[in-house]
Design a protein around this ligand. Structure first.
Ligand code: EPU
Length: 445
């Protein structure tokens, strides 16, 4: 099994190009099911989760091709030949659940293996199911599978109030509603940039969706969606991870291709920790500090490819309390990485996880690297230590694993991270990107 070996303690300096967002790409790929015309997607990252989604879509009958010249993938769902998402694929990637809504809407039926729990929580899909039921579907659970069937005349629009702003739940209901009859209103919808990216692509496909970026989505159903071409947004969590790689090693990193607004709560916490975060327009020009241009930034979000963010670190990192929340709050997907940073802080930090019930699996591994962290229910109290020390540690889920990479970059001596396949689910060419900034990191068998 592959391992990552890091010789830590070296400040990282250089530029990192941020890849396309995994959590935007996955539902966008599933959206291809909604039309018999091709959907062309640019900026899809090369990740094992993307390969799994491609495998699932191929199983359903979607023809996928790649154009090396434009680096775009085309998804052509001329006909859906199998409406069952099998356990063998769904059990490897719970995001497979996002085929449920579009397949039900397009084919009138869908059978998807129940994803089950995972390392970060039980993660039920009751809100997805309740939403589809509200649109008129009959849904039953048998032998570990969700069986959903639309009425003969198709799904019917209605008002759905989500008890929690679930990300993939909102995406599933949205993709079902774009082909339902009449109007659907989703209240307390998730506002994550990945949800907005999906909604914008659906609009390009001919869907009528209003309220994108707010917690109320108003959808007027269509009988048919067309093909479209779409550019996937940059991965804000990957950007946050490399920002911390710079900060935790007291380095100087420039992130290329970030939508600054998508990470405001995160930048704010970094700033409070004493890290300098600057918007950078071109090779060397720092154009503004984070706080000075908050309004100006909003208009520029669509031009994300031109902009970067520079990270610089002062003599000491201050302890900062954070609490994870749905967007626009501090992202749960950056909690483990921020905790790694706080292990080096001057003082202490309280890190509270409110989105998932079991997302502290990295704590015991960080403590094996001499971090000082104690868990109190949904909070972790991190007391800064002078020095992390390399150790052999084990990855348990995607973000927990990458927090160990970050700790390893800062630690004295050698860190070996096992079960690297977790990292490959969400980080494209992580060793190469870090090596470019001077990290001593390699993958070994
Ligand atoms: N929840 C329910 N019932 C539901 C749906 C959700 O109780 O029907 C609960 C979950 O158990 C959890 C909370 O609501 O406690 C939030 O879950 P949400 O549905 O928003 O998460 P998700 O859609 O399953 C996506 C991302 C996650 C990310 C979360 C939160 C994708 C493919 N996955 O998951 O990404 O952590 O939103 O932002 O978009 C990752 O990339 O590492 C990752 C885990």
């Amino acid at each position: 099994m592959e391992k990552i070996v890091i010789s830590g303690g070296k400040p990282l300096c250089g530029r990192v190009k941020v890849s396309g967002a995994k959590n935007a790409s996955l539902p966008l790929m599933a959206a291809s099911i909604l039309s018999d015309e091709p959907l062309v997607l640019h900026n899809i990252p090369k990740l094992s989760d993307i390969t799994l989604m491609a495998e699932l879509l191929t199983h359903h009958g979607v023809h996928i091709s790649y154009d090396a010249a434009t680096q775009a993938y085309t998804f052509a769902a001329l006909s859906i030949i199998d409406t069952t998402a099998p356990y063998e694929i769904v059990s490897k990637m719970r995001a497979s659940i996002v085929v449920l809504g579009p397949m039900l809407a397009r084919c009138g039926e869908a059978t998807v293996s129940l994803p089950g729990g995972c390392a970060i929580g039980t993660r039920p899909v009751n809100m997805h199911i309740d939403g589809l039921r509200a649109l008129g579907a009959t849904v039953s659970i048998e032998n570990g599978y969700i069986h959903a069937k639309a009425p003969k005349e198709g799904l019917v629009g209605t008002t759905i109030i989500l008890p929690f702003a679930t990300v993939t739940g909102t995406e599933n209901i949205l993709m079902a509603a774009v082909l339902a009859r009449g109007q659907t209103i989703i209240k307390n919808a998730a506002k994550e940039p990945e949800v907005c990216d999906l909604a914008k692509c659906l609009v390009k496909m001919g869907a009528h969706v209003e309220g994108i970026g707010t917690d109320t989505l108003v959808i007027s159903g269509r009988t048919h969606l067309n093909g479209a071409t779409h550019h996937v947004i940059p991965d804000r969590i990957e950007a946050a991870t490399y920002a911390i790689a710079g900060a935790i090693t007291y380095g100087d990193i420039i992130l290329e291709g970030v939508v600054f607004d998508d990470l405001l709560a995160f930048w704010d916490s970094l700033l409070k920790a004493g890290v300098t975060v600057e918007k950078v327009e071109s090779e060397n020009a720092a154009i503004s500090s984070v706080t000075a241009h908050a309004e100006h930034r909003r208009d520029e979000a669509t031009n994300f490819l031109q902009f970067g963010v520079g990270i610089r670190v002062p003599a000491e990192i201050k302890g900062v309390d954070i609490m994870t929340e749905p967007y626009p709050g501090f992202p749960t997907d950056a909690q483990a990485q921020f905790m790694a940073l706080m292990t080096r802080c001057d003082g202490a930090a309280m890190i509270t996880e409110t989105v998932f019930e079991n997302r502290f699996m990295h704590v015991s591994e960080l403590c094996r690297m001499c971090a000082n962290i104690t868990i109190h229910n949904t909070s972790a109290l991190v007391r800064g230590v002078d020095q992390l020390v390399g150790a052999t540690v084990m990855a348990t889920d995607l973000r927990a694993s990458v927090s160990l990479v970050l700790a390893g970059l800062a630690a004295k001596g050698e860190t070996t991270i096992q079960r690297v396949y977790h990292i490959d689910r969400g980080y494209e060419r992580i060793e190469q990107k870090l090596q470019t900034c001077g990290a001593m990191i390699e993958r070994v068998r």
